[in-house]
Design a protein around this ligand. Structure first.
Ligand code: ZN
Length: 253
């Protein structure tokens, strides 16, 4: 996959130059359009591995899944989420945003104490800007978030999820330098952009199986004032129970 990464990066420099040097020829313009489309695919398709590895499922012989919760912490709502998990003896990994950790400084340690996982979801969660950041800015987003989590919990996260899953060619070299792994998902209901609980659950249900990585989001509130995750999480836990699946935190190697 490293090969594809370098070919795409190289083509993004050479092909536009060819287009100019050939007097804006049609063939070079078409080639440039194709290269740009492939590059956009690699950036915006969360499970695409052209830039480097992304864990979208985990290997297991047991009836178990990995529940991941993005965009927190969200104050007392995160505590309600942990209460819901504990009622069903489920464990989850929280992909926290650094700035939100500083807003709710007690939560990273509480998540750890209650036996859940902590992971990095950037310092500022700039979903519409992260994918076009340069290596220095990406590095700052990751290191600042990890520093906040470590300072507030004592744990240095080794897992990272890009905001909305969008990332460019500079992310993997930064992850390699920091000794971190990129985590995606295999079951999402688009609860970060829709509010229809039935649609969210029906989409996740179709994708639940042993080794699945399920993603839910904190921080969204339904029209009736109830946090969306307080409606979706119990339904996901019901589905898991129905299918005899346990929510665990796997070792990702
Ligand atoms: Zn997010």
């Amino acid at each position: 996959m490293m090969g594809i990464r370098f070919i795409l990066m190289f083509a993004n420099v050479v092909v536009p130059a060819c287009w100019v040097l050939t007097g804006f020829s049609l063939w070079a313009g078409s080639l440039m359009f194709g290269i740009h489309m492939l590059t956009l695919w690699a950036i915006f398709w969360p499970s695409c591995r052209w830039w480097g590895d992304v864990t979208c499922e985990f290997k297991t012989d047991e009836p178990e899944v990995w529940l991941t919760i993005d965009d927190g912490p969200d104050g007392d709502n995160t505590r309600v989420v942990m209460d819901l998990l504990e009622e069903r003896k489920a464990k989850a990994t929280f992909f926290f945003v650094g700035a939100a950790c500083r807003k709710y400084p007690g939560l990273p340690a509480e998540v750890k104490r209650r036996g859940h996982g902590l992971a990095n979801h950037t310092e500022n969660h700039r979903a519409y800007a992260f994918w076009c950041m340069g290596p220095r800015q990406i590095s700052r987003e990751l290191t600042a978030c990890s520093a906040s989590i470590e300072k507030l919990s004592g744990s240095n996260p080794d897992l990272f999820r890009a905001p909305a899953g969008f990332r460019n060619c500079f992310v993997h070299p930064v992850l390699a330098r920091l000794g971190m792994k990129l985590v995606g998902w295999s079951a999402r209901g688009f609860d970060g952009s829709r509010y229809d609980v039935e649609k969210i659950i029906s989409r996740i249900e179709k994708r639940i199986r042993p080794g699945a990585i399920i993603v839910l989001h904190e921080g969204r509130v339904s029209d009736d004032g109830i946090p969306l995750i307080c409606k979706t999480l119990p339904r996901v836990l019901d589905l898991l129970e129905l299918q005899g699946l346990k929510a665990v935190i796997p070792k990702i190697s």
